[in-house]
Design a binder for this molecule. Structure first.
Ligand SMILES: C[S@@+](CC[C@H](N)C(=O)[O-])C[C@H]1O[C@@H](n2cnc3c(N)ncnc32)[C@H](O)[C@@H]1O
Ligand code: SF4
Length: 395
């Protein structure tokens, strides 16, 4: 099916009625890494030989061009270049990529452009060149500063490289993110405290802290490491909340902490059930039309993706989100935000009337999992602690 046929299908009449189209973001996936981490289930592939940067950029251009009819006339509010390890690409390629995007999609003034970087790919001039190429925000995958822990989770960098990368990120970028993980193999409270102190010493405007998850089909799923139990990891989360709070970082989402004015616009748009076009190998996208919400997935294998994209057919799968799935999908995102969501936004973004969630909202309130008035719904502290129970009420 050609993109024109797909648009015709997306635009047909339907039972939903979206009041307005939401803000649009762009996600670009660059799927290669220096080495595959044993816990990682992202679409990332250990590079063997040179990364085919030029061919991949050509595929992304073709993918984007074919996708333009899905988003005609809409401006992009944020771009996220993620992976994999985007910082493996040369600054010249990142410059070309951002230029290619700008030439095809209108960007809102001040559009946030995030690039993910791994300290193992750090060279001083490289980070500065990414800034000059147009990235406005760098996200540095640190995970830990402790060399023993970094080794235990199979990272390619050590603590010293992580610190050098952060120093340069804070010098070159007005805003940056630091990724940490906790509940690492054998981690103690003191070790986590030391990681937090070190992370906070760089005064990151944004911090993302994830509980190490053992994902199916990873090396760790087959060879599970000894990790902290639930009691210890919940004490760890308490420590994280205390330390970040006293450093002026607000926990605005389950795993995201930011100083005022430094929330990630791109992720916020996901959590507010905004739209995103996803290009690149295995990229996911969510796009709204007057009568439906559609999810798209690009071919996952990098070589297959390049072949398909260059032939004008990068989309492996596209599905309309079923009407009765929309409340749950909305809540999976919106309830991750500390501030919750405006009721009017639910209707605007799903095209459903509020009656569609009346019953589960009443039940969540009776269980003390949400607070609400006529305008807003907000998870309570208890609701935030038992988020999956809260979200499953909307299934
Ligand atoms: C897609 S990764 C990309 C960042 C970059 N490739 C890196 O690892 O440095 C984004 C972040 O997700 C987190 N992450 C990935 N796999 C995880 C897992 N199994 N459990 C918890 N966090 C994970 C890590 O903090 C990582 O920095
Ligand atoms: S560097 Fe990041 S994306 Fe690559 S394998 Fe490790 S965690 Fe996954």
């Amino acid at each position: 099916m050609t993109p024109a046929d797909m648009v015709a299908r997306y635009m047909r009449p339907g039972t939903l009625s979206l009041g307005a189209l939401p803000p649009l973001s762009l996600y670009v996936h660059l799927p290669w890494c220096l080495k595959k981490c044993p816990y990682c289930d992202f679409n990332s592939h250990e590079k063997s030989g040179e990364v085919p940067e030029a061919r991949y950029l050509a595929a992304l251009r073709a993918d984007l061009e074919a996708a333009l009819p899905f988003v005609w006339g809409r401006r992009v509010i944020s771009i996220f270049i993620g992976g994999g390890t985007p910082s493996l690409f040369s600054p010249e390629s990142i410059d070309q990529l951002i230029t290619d995007i700008r030439a095809r999609l209108p960007l809102e003034p001040g559009c946030e452009i995030t690039l993910e970087a791994n300290p193992g790919t750090f060279e001083r001039d490289r980070f500065r060149a990414f800034r000059q190429a147009g990235a406005t925000r760098l996200s540095v995958g640190v995970q830990s500063f402790d060399d023993t822990k970094l080794k235990a989770i199979g990272r390619v960098h050590d603590g010293a490289q992580a610190m050098a990368a952060l120093e340069e990120a804070s010098r070159c970028f007005d805003t940056f993110n630091l990724d940490l993980m906790y509940a690492l193999p054998g981690q103690t409270m003191d070790e986590l405290d030391a990681d937090l102190a070190r992370a906070l010493s760089f005064q990151p405007p944004h911090l993302s802290i994830y509980h190490l998850t053992i994902e199916p089909n990873t090396f760790f799923a087959k060879h599970p490491p000894q990790v902290p139990d639930d009691d210890l990891s919940s004490q760890m989360l308490d420590l994280i909340i205390e330390r970040t709070g006293s450093s002026g970082l607000e926990r605005y989402e389950v795993s995201a902490f930011a100083k005022a004015g430094h929330r990630c616009q791109h992720n916020l748009n996901y959590w507010q059930f905004g739209d995103y076009l996803g290009i690149g190998a295995g990229a996911h996208g969510k796009l709204s039309f007057p009568h439906r919400v559609v999810r798209q997935i690009r071919y996952r294998d990098p070589n297959k993706y390049m072949e398909q994209a260059l032939a004008g057919a990068a989309i492996a799968q596209d599905d309309e989100v079923a009407r009765d799935q929309l409340p749950f999908e909305y809540m999976l995102n919106a309830l991750r935000l500390r501030e919750g969501f405006e009721l009017a936004r639910f209707t605007e973004r799903t095209g459903l009337p509020l009656t569609a969630i009346q019953k589960p909202l009443a039940e969540a309130e009776a269980k003390g999992l949400i607070e609400r008035d006529w305008q807003w719904v907000k998870p309570t502290a208890r609701g935030f602690d038992f988020l999956s129970d809260l979200q499953s009420l909307f299934l």
